[in-house]
Design a protein around this ligand. Structure first.
Ligand code: DC
Length: 228
């Protein structure tokens, strides 16, 4: 199956990437984690020691920067920044704290969005982020908006960070997610909002398997009905 695109948006920790990765693998599509692209630029800023409150310094991150995504283990994304694999580094708590400031910069968004549109131009892509259905791929054949309660999202992110050896507390993660949600939802440009034609999926009380099952069922029903 290819030719069509699937846009998956929602707040941090709602389960977008798990769902997107699994759907891509079941439908033989390419998975693209757009958050990872903003994270890679943020990592570059950390290495360069920029001041994240200075827009010009953030804009300079887009110059002479090459971001590439390749398929990794289990269908995950490997993220290369200027040909260096930074897949692990972009999950660092320091990136979590600054990435919303990078992602709200208009010049950064313009650059990232056009790269994302090129990646999806031939179809066959499952892309997750915040503005995919509304802004990057408004013509995507399928759009989903995935949510979960703040408590549940913080719990999932906390377990994920612990698993990767990061030293943090549940309260800290909850605070970070809350701040990030606020910046992402209230920014002027392409804020986090569900596309009018997106299917809403609340994952608070669902397992990953149930979420993916629901979404794949929706996709297959529409394909069989010939509505795409
Ligand atoms: O999904 P994530 O936590 O990896 O996203 C990291 C940050 O990037 C988050 O603050 C939201 C932002 N982002 C965005 O503004 N637009 C996207 N398409 C994807 C992520």
């Amino acid at each position: 199956m290819s030719g069509f695109n699937i846009a998956i948006d929602g707040p941090a920790g709602a389960g977008k990437s798990t769902a997107a990765r699994e759907i891509a693998s079941r439908l033989a599509l390419k998975y693209i984690d757009t958050g990872a692209m903003y994270r890679a630029l943020t990592w570059k800023g950390i290495i360069k020691g920029i001041d994240f409150h200075q827009p010009q310094e953030i804009e300079s991150l887009t110059l002479d920067t090459k971001i590439t995504i390749e398929k990794g283990p289990g269908g995950s994304n490997l993220l290369y920044l200027d040909n260096v694999d930074v897949t692990a580094e972009i999950r660092d708590p320091a990136v979590n704290r600054n990435v919303s400031l990078v992602a709200k910069n208009p010049k950064v968004r313009e650059t990232m969005v056009s790269q994302q549109q090129v990646i999806a131009s031939n179809g066959g892509v499952v892309m997750d982020g915040r503005d995919i259905g509304t802004n990057v791929l408004p013509g995507a054949e399928f759009k989903f908006f995935i949510t979960a309660s703040l408590e549940e999202r913080a719990r999932r992110r906390y377990l994920e960070l612990k698993e990767h050896g990061h030293d943090t507390t549940l309260e800290e993660v909850k605070k970070d997610i809350n701040i990030r949600d606020k910046i992402d939802s209230e920014r002027e440009l392409a804020p986090l909002v569900a596309a009018e034609d997106a299917v809403l999926v609340d994952t608070t009380n669902l397992s990953a398997e149930e979420v993916v099952g629901k979404m794949v069922k929706h996709i297959k029903e529409h394909i069989q009905a010939g509505s795409i």
